[in-house]
Design a protein around this ligand. Sequence first.
Ligand SMILES: [Zn+2]
Ligand SMILES: [Zn+2]
Length: 304
Amino acid sequence: MLSIINLNKYLLDLVLFLCFMKIPNDYFKHRKLVFVTQHQKHIAVFPVLEDKLECELVLCNQIDTNQFGSFSGEVKRLNDAYQTAVLKCDTAQQEFGFDLVLASEGSFGSHPSIPFLPSNQELLVLKDYKYNFTVSATFTSLETNFSAETISSMNGLEAFAQKVKFPSHALIFKDRKDQFREVHKGIDNQLELEKIFEPLLVKHRQAYIETDMRACYNPTRQKVIAQTAQKLLKQLYSICPKCCLPGFQVTSTQKGLKCSVCRFPTNSILCQEYVCQNCNYVLKSYYPNHQQFSDPMYCNFCNP
Ligand SMILES: [Zn+2]
Ligand SMILES: [Zn+2]
C-alpha cells in the first residue's frame, strides 16, 4: 500500500519535472512584450528577461500611469496593487492593441510579518491577451529607504538626507503632511534641496520631507524590482500540467520529512503545494529535494 502511494508521488514528481522542462518560449517567441512604465522600471526588468523569453522587449511610456495613483499623494490609488497593475495592462491593450503586456506596482509600509520595519513590496503582472492568461509575481524586501518626517532645522534636514541615501536617492518636499498645497518632487542635489527648504522654513517654520519612491529616483527600489522580475521569470517557466499555461507556482510548503535514523518528522520540507494562477489546479509535490528522508542533523530527537 505504502509503496503504491510512493510510486504515485514519484509519478507526480516526474510529471512535474517534465512540465518544468518544457520551455514556455512557444508562448513568447518572436512576439512583442510591452512594459508599461513611466519611471524607467524597464532598466531593472529588461536585463532579467532579455535572452530568456526570445521576444522583443518594448518600453511603453505613453500611458500616464500616475492616473492610477501616485506615491506622493496627489492621486490616491483606488484599487489594490494587483488590480492597478492589471488596469495598466488593459489600458495598453485597449489604447495601442498590444497583446502581451507587463505592468508593475510597488507598495511601501510595515513588513507584513515584521511590524514597524519598513518594507517594499513589488508586483509584476504579465497579461497575455492572445493566449488568455495572466502571471504575476510579488516580492517583499526589507531593503528600502522608505521614510518621511516633519523637519524644522537644517540639522534635521541633513540627518534625514543622510539616513535615506540622498543624493543617490531623491527626495520630496511638501509644506505639510496632509492637505499640502506645495509639493516638490525628484530633488536630487544639495543646492536644490536647500533652495526649496529655506523658503518653506521661513513661511511655515517646518516642512514635510519624504523619500521619492518612483523607481527612476530610487536605485534601491530598482534592485527590488529586478528581484521581482527574477521571480516572474521563474513563474513563466513553470507550466501547469493541467492547462499547460505558465504560472504554476509554489504557494506553500509543508515540513515533516522523516529522519533517516529515528523516522520522526523533522523540520525539513516534506512537500510543496503548487497552484496554477490560471486554472487553479492544485498539486502537492513530495520530496522537493529528491530525498525521502532527512539527515539526522536536522532532527530534533537525534540532534537536539
Ligand atoms: Zn492551469
Ligand atoms: Zn532522528
